[in-house]
Write a protein that binds this ligand. Structure first.
Ligand code: PLP
Length: 475
C-alpha cells in the first residue's frame, strides 16, 4: 500500500541528498574564493541594494534547500566584505587560514556539541590539544588552562570573573553562593586606553564602569608604570592590555604585574590580538612580562586567522576558572576529565577548538611566527610608503596597526576633514578597505594588517591607492 502523500512539499532530506547539497555548498564556496581576486573589497552598491530581496515575510510552504542555497549565494556572496582577499585592513579582522577555513566546513557537518566529552570524543580531544598548544605557543605558564570562547570580549569576562571570585574567596566570601551584594568591595584599575569591550566585561561582572580607576597612558597608548598606584591590596583587580587597538602598544607588564601580585591582587591581560606577538622571536619584547599575569583573554579569529567566532580565555590556576564557571549538578557527576562546559560560560557549544587545532597543525610554530612577523613587516612597509608619499603617521608602528592622517598638502599636518574624505573615497573605490578612528583627538585612517593572505604586492597597491585617493581629495 502506498504511503499517504505528505501534506507539505518537502520531506526530511536523506543523507545522500544532504551530501549532494553540501558538495554544492563547497563548490559555491570555492567559486567565491577564486572570484575574490576580481572584485572590489567592499561590495558594490548594487550588491548591497539587492539584499532588499531577503526582506520578505516568511512564506508558508517549505522550499527546496537547493533553491535556498542558490539564493544565498546569488544575493549573499556579492554583498560580503572581501575579507579573505588580503586587502581588507579594517578593525582587527583577521582573514582565514586555509586549513582552519576548510576544517570549519567539515566540522560544520559533524555538528558536534563540545560541552562534554561524552557528547563528542573528537571535540573533547581537539579542544584539549588546541588549548595546550595555545598556552605553550604564547609562552604562558605550563599549568595554565585555556578554554574557547566566542571572542575576546567573553574571554576577558571569563578571566575577570575568575579573578573577581578568587579575590573574594581569599577574603572569605563565596560569590557563587552569596552574590555580590554585601561582598567586600573590589578595587578595579585599568589604563586610560583600555578597550571598550574590557569595560563592558567589567560592567557585566558587576564591577561597574564609573568606579574603575584609569591610569594615564603615554604617547603610544601604554600605561605609564610610574603613574600606576603603589597601594594595591588583596582585593584589587587590574586589567592590562597587550596590543592597543589603535597603535599596537602594550602596557609595561614586567613593571606592574609583580607589584600587584605581591600584594595579593589579580592581574588580567586583554590581549585580543597583541598577545600573539609573543610567538615571533623579533617581537617578543613588545609583550615581555605578560606571562606573569593571573589570566588572559585573546582571540583566534583576529590575528590567528581562525574563522569567526573564536576567542580564548586562559587562567593560571585551573581551580580559579572552575570556581567561577563550573555548573556541576547531580546529573553531571565529577569525571576528572576536562569538560568544556565547566570551564566557560556556555553549556552547549560549537567545537571551536577544531579550527584553532587545524590552523596550528597546518602552520606549526614557525608558520605562526612567520604570520605574525610578516604582517608586522607589511604594516611597517605600509607606514613607510604612506609617509614617503607625504602622509602623517600618528604613532610608531609597534605591531600590525598603522595610524595615518592626511593634510591639505603633502608633508603637512593631517586635517580631520581631509582624512575623513580619503577614508570615504578609499572605501568606495574598493582596491582596499580601511576604517577610521580617533587618536588623541585627531581623526585617522587605521590599517590593520591581520590577514595571512596579504602580500607585498597588496601593500604596494594599497599604499598607491590611498595616496592616489588623497591626491584627488586635495583636488
Ligand atoms: C578586538 C578587541 C577586543 C574584543 O574582541 P572580540 O573578539 O571582538 O570580542 C578586546 N580587546 C582588544 C584590545 C581588541 O582589539
Amino acid at each position: 500500500m502506498d504511503a499517504p502523500e505528505p501534506t507539505v512539499a518537502a520531506v526530511p532530506a536523506s543523507l545522500a541528498a544532504r551530501a549532494t547539497l553540501v558538495s554544492d555548498a563547497a563548490r559555491r564556496a570555492s567559486a567565491y574564493l577564486t572570484g575574490l581576486e576580481h572584485r572590489p573589497v567592499a561590495p558594490p552598491a548594487d550588491a548591497v541594494a539587492a539584499l532588499a530581496a531577503f526582506r520578505r515575510p516568511l512564506q508558508t510552504a517549505p522550499r527546496d534547500a537547493r533553491d535556498v542555497l542558490a539564493e544565498l549565494d546569488a544575493l549573499g556572496s556579492p554583498a560580503t566584505m572581501a575579507q579573505a582577499r588580503g586587502r581588507y585592513f579594517g578593525f582587527v579582522n583577521g582573514g582565514v587560514d586555509a586549513a582552519a577555513g576548510a576544517a570549519s566546513v567539515l566540522a560544520g557537518q559533524w555538528d558536534q556539541n563540545a560541552a562534554l566529552p561524552v557528547m563528542s570524543p573528537v571535540a573533547a580531544v581537539l579542544d584539549e590539544v588546541a588549548a595546550a598548544w595555545v598556552v605553550d605557543l604564547l609562552g604562558l605558564p605550563a599549568g595554565a588552562t585555556a578554554t574557547f570562547t566566542p571572542g575576546a570580549t567573553l574571554a576577558n569576562l571569563t578571566g575577570i570573573l575568575a579573578g573577581r571570585d578568587a579575590l573574594l574567596a581569599r577574603a572569605g566570601w563565596d560569590a557563587s553562593a552569596q552574590g555580590l551584594f554585601g561582598a567586600p568591595p573590589i578595587r578595579v584599575i585599568t589604563g586610560e586606553e583600555c578597550h571598550v569591550s574590557a569595560l563592558k566585561a567589567l560592567r557585566l561582572a558587576g564591577l561597574g564602569v564609573d568606579r574603575v580607576e584609569r591610569v594615564p597612558t603615554d604617547a603610544t597608548g601604554a600605561v605609564i608604570a610610574d603613574a600606576f598606584p603603589g597601594d594595591t591590596d588583596h582585593l584589587t583587580l587590574v586589567v592590562l592590555q597587550a596590543g592597543n587597538v589603535n597603535t599596537g602598544a602594550s602596557d609595561p607588564f614586567a613593571r606592574i604585574i609583580p607589584r600587584v601580585r605581591e600584594r595579593g591582587g589579580w592581574v588580567h591581560v586583554d590581549g585580543a590580538f597583541g598577545m600573539w606577538a609573543a610567538v615571533a622571536p623579533g617581537l617578543r619584547d613588545a609583550v615581555a612580562g605578560m606571562e606573569l599575569a593571573d589570566s588572559w583573554g585573546t582571540d583566534a579569529h583576529k590575528w590567528l586567522n581562525v574563522p569567526y567566532d573564536s576567542g580564548i580565555a586562559i587562567v593560571r590556576e585551573r581551580a580559579d576558572l572552575e570556581r567561577a564557571m563550573s555548573m556541576r549538578a547531580a546529573y553531571l557527576p565529577e569525571t576528572g576529565d576536562r569538560e568544556a562546559m565547566h570551564l566557560g560560560m556556555q553549556m552547549s557549544q560549537r567545537a571551536r577548538g577544531i579550527e584553532t587545532w587545524a590552523m596550528l597543525a597546518a602552520n606549526g610554530r614557525d608558520g605562526v611566527a612567520d604570520l605574525i612577523g610578516r604582517t608586522c613587516a607589511h604594516a611597517r612597509d605600509l607606514a613607510a610608503l604612506l609617509e614617503a608619499g607625504g602622509a602623517e603617521i600618528l604613532a610608531p608602528v609597534a605591531l600590525n596597526q598603522v595610524l595615518v592622517a592626511f593634510g591639505a598638502a603633502t608633508g603637512g599636518t593631517g586635517d580631520d576633514a581631509v582624512t575623513d574624505a580619503v577614508i570615504g573615497l578609499v572605501q568606495q573605490e574598493g582596491a582596499l578597505w580601511a576604517g577610521g578612528t580617533v587618536w588623541k583627538g585627531r581623526h585617522a585612517m587605521r590599517l590593520s594588517v591581520s590577514d595571512q593572505a596579504t602580500t607585498r604586492d597588496d601593500v604596494h597597491v594599497s599604499a598607491s591607492a590611498i595616496l592616489d585617493a588623497w591626491t584627488r581629495v586635495r583636488g
